[in-house]
Write a protein that binds this ligand. Structure first.
Ligand code: 5GP
Ligand code: MN
Length: 344
């Protein structure tokens, strides 16, 4: 996307915000820190403009972000509530996804109401189903876009909006360690600290909120990790029995797929997580050289070049058969790693 096209879309979004009064915000199923953080900050921007705002998501907010969602408030889908929200709103803004199916049970409500739709997203795979689509894959997080839109609109970023944006930025960049971490993300982090973010306090709230069972389950999965493709690929699995035994939900796999990145020589990690028998969530990660989004989009999923996912029906074994050969082929095609000491 050219810079010019992006700014034309942003101009259209500002006009969209000016033209509407009663906003409904939503995001993708199983929201992460970027999804919740972007919603909270966007809501604060709209309220500062004098707009009415509600936030409604398909799935509950993970415990790690509940303190942030309290500023929304972030409501969770039920049919009657959704009908009321759609009936009273004149505009829907979808954050951190541009895939209609990814907003889950809210999707069918769009067709039943006269409502304008705008999208603010940073994913490479998108339908762009809004009247206005601000989709910029070169942004490390949707929060980057929201931050820049707030500045363009001349809305002051108060400490709560700053914390929300920091949560989005830091979680989507793996605390500024993943390949999407760029100068823009780091400048934004500095600006947010100037707006009142206490980094250690945010980290404490987000990272020190896990139940002990989550670590036990991660431990089991990591103890059983498989190395394939000559050590380039790590495969992890978690099954329904483990979720039940440790009293956990799907969101408790958070962070697991990222751990094996630390193994020397690893290019990609695949996690097959089966919370409910017959429903497998596949998460793929690349350490930077192999593009994994195509493997997921081929099966109806998507994401980013180096972090992608897809939901599949069937057993873990069937999901593995659909995903791993393609991934192993991509790894086989990789040129050898530059030898140590040969820094460009
Ligand atoms: P995760 O593996 O952490 O769930 O997701 C990694 C990335 O892939 C995120 O950017 C997420 O939005 C995207 N992603 C995960 N699952 C799906 C899916 O089922 N469909 C699409 N389109 N994207 C997904
Ligand atoms: Mn995101």
């Amino acid at each position: 996307m050219s810079v010019q096209a992006a700014s034309a879309d942003r101009t259209a979004l500002h006009a969209f915000l000016a033209a509407h009064q009663r906003f409904l915000l939503t995001t993708h199923v199983n929201p992460d820190g970027d999804a919740i953080g972007s919603e909270i900050a966007f809501a604060r921007m709209l309220r500062a403009m004098g707009k009415d705002v509600r936030i409604l998501n398909d799935s509950p907010t993970p415990h790690a972000f509940a303190w942030l969602a309290a500023h929304g408030p972030v409501e969770v889908y039920d049919e009657t509530l959704a009908e009321a929200c759609f009936a009273e709103a004149d505009a829907l803004v979808v954050l951190d996804t541009s895939n209609r199916q990814r907003i889950g049970r809210l999707a069918p409500h769009i067709g039943r109401h006269v409502i304008s739709v705008a999208i603010v997203d940073h994913h490479a795979t998108h339908d762009g189903f809004g009247q206005v689509n601000v989709v910029e894959p070169d942004c490390a997080a949707a929060a980057v876009l929201v931050f820049e839109l707030m500045r363009e609109a001349g809305i002051a970023i108060d400490p709560i909006a700053a914390e929300a944006l920091y949560v989005g930025l830091s979680t989507d960049t793996g605390d500024f360690r993943y390949s999407n971490t760029d100068a823009r993300a780091l400048h934004m982090a500095a600006a947010l600290v100037e707006c009142g973010v206490h980094v250690s306090r945010v980290v404490q709230r987000v990272e020190q909120s896990a139940p002990a069972g989550r670590l036990r389950m991660h431990g089991e999965a990591l103890a059983a990790l498989e190395l394939r493709s000559g050590g380039q690929l790590v495969v992890l699995e978690v099954g329904p029995e483990q979720f039940v035994r440790h009293g956990l939900v799907g969101a408790d796999t958070e962070g697991l797929v990222d751990r094996p990145r630390s193994i020397e020589g690893v290019e990609a990690v695949a996690l097959f997580s089966e919370v409910e028998a017959g429903k497998v969530k596949v998460s793929l990660r690349s350490t930077g050289r192999v593009a994994v989004d195509g493997v997921c989009s081929r099966h109806g999923g998507g994401g980013h070049v180096h972090a992608a996912g897809v939901q599949m029906r069937g057993t873990r074994e069937q999901a593995r058969e659909r995903i791993l050969p393609h991934l192993e082929q991509l790894l086989a095609e990789l040129p050898p790693r530059p030898t140590e000491g040969a820094h460009a």
